[in-house]
Design a protein around this ligand. Structure first.
Ligand code: T46
Length: 137
């Protein structure tokens, strides 16, 4: 089972500003199929609250900061604070995630799949049952 981890993107930084980039299959651990972005999230909102059956993501906080809590199939928990636009967080499939946006954060998500609602596990009881199954295999 893969674990969530930080990816460092190539970047240039000068008096003209910062430019960072990710190339398909080079820094990304999958072939990119979809890009989404999320902003205008109030500080008191928790996004996420789901896992994906097959979709893998790399999320990048390009402004502000995002606190991310993840839990994998083994029950292991991971905490990250993303605030560096040269870094992405790789989220493997079957990880339950919760995200809090701070300081007018802007998050860009890079995903391995096209959007499909049926790829979501939104019911925590379903995720718990999958964890139990995983732990007993
Ligand atoms: C993750 C965090 C950071 C679409 O129609 N297309 C899309 O590409 C996406 C991502 C979402 N949607 C629809 C589906 C829902 O009706 O937008 C609504 C909210 O989506 P979701 O529940 O996925 O939003 P978040 O912020 O809870 O989660 C997303 C990613 O799914 C998730 O993998 O890491 O952003």
């Amino acid at each position: 089972m893969e674990i969530p981890q930080i990816i460092n993107f190539k970047h240039t930084n000068s008096e003209k500003g910062l430019l960072a980039f990710a190339e398909n299959s080079i820094k990304l651990p999958f072939e990119l199929q979809r890009v989404y972005w999320i902003t205008q999230v109030s500080d008191d909102v928790v996004r996420g609250g789901h896992a994906h059956y097959t979709s893998m993501q790399v999320i990048v906080c390009v402004r502000g900061s995002v606190e991310v809590q993840l839990e994998d199939m083994t029950g292991q928990r991971f905490d990250f604070t993303l605030s560096d636009p040269t870094q992405g967080l790789y989220i493997p499939k079957l990880c339950w995630g919760a995200m809090k946006f701070k300081n007018d954060a802007l998050l860009v998500g890079l995903a391995s799949d096209l959007y499909q609602e049926k790829d979501y596990i939104r019911d925590r009881a379903v995720f718990d049952a999958l964890q139990r199954k995983y732990k007993h295999v």
